[in-house]
Write a protein that binds this ligand. Sequence first.
Ligand code: GDP
Length: 311
Amino acid sequence: MLDKSEKIFVAGHRGMVGSALIRRLESEGFSNLLVRDRSKLDLRDESAVAKFFAEEKPAVVILAAAKVGGIKANNDFPVEFLLENLRIQNNVIRSAYEHGARKLLFLGSSCIYPKLAPQPIPETALLSGPLEPTNEAYAIAKIAGIKLCQAYARQHGANFISVMPTNLYGPNDNFDLETSHVLAALLRKAHEAKGRKDSELIVWGSGKPRREFLHVDDLASACVLLLEQYDSPEIINVGCGEDISIRELAELICDVIGFDGELTWDASKPDGPPRKLLDVTKLLDLGWKPSIPLQDGIAQTYEWFLTNYAR
Ligand code: GDP
């Protein structure tokens, strides 16, 4: 179990995942949360990270900092996705061990699994086949992070766990159309199309790929449970157990927003893997379940977008 006054460092607290973790930990009464803005601590800087850990010595570390992006950003900038993620995770994981963190939670991604993994994807599918080319660089970095956590566990007995979330959405998502993931992108596109009274909404790819979407608050509740109850170096999936096609997602978003134009498909954009549904049996067996249905989550995220993002 976690002590409510233990010092917990949340790396990446301004991001969608890190900010959800802060909300969740605060609501559960954790009172000693440690954060650092990017302007004060660059996690890519090895000596700065080592100095920070030497001074602060957090007992628990949640590594939610990463360079992330949707299919286009991943496809266009493999160098940055590989290098920046390797740097951040190598620095944080190593310093956490060297300065005595008793537990670390590393956040991976469902894109670590092979492009044609069995569906739903069990944790055992890791490294069983070739990766999806559009996000291979990011996936390789995340796989290296998992292996580093497992290496510290095997060689030094560290309690470093790795959690693989499915596609996430929610408050503080990235709504930039070039770099965002599909749900945030379509939310913004449908909102703007409605405002302009457009007759069509352009959606990338064929609409056929299937994806599983989890509200980030559900991920945060799963992470707190895993921090308290899961002590294995074996990776564990976090998802809601259901997927929908991109076409169905686009229709659902248009319904929530009240845009009634046509969907037009842009076949020049990549589809990515045909399906990415996680097998979440291991997590469900620990007693966790998701609490935010997709339609409610989209409506809540749209409210957040209107208040915080839309001008
Ligand atoms: P992925 O899950 O890693 O493939 O990442 P994304 O969330 O970026 O994309 C998921 C699927 O949604 C892909 O098949 C995209 O082609 C499709 N998609 C449709 N419209 C959009 C859009 O406007 N932005 C993004 N990022 N994806 C879109």
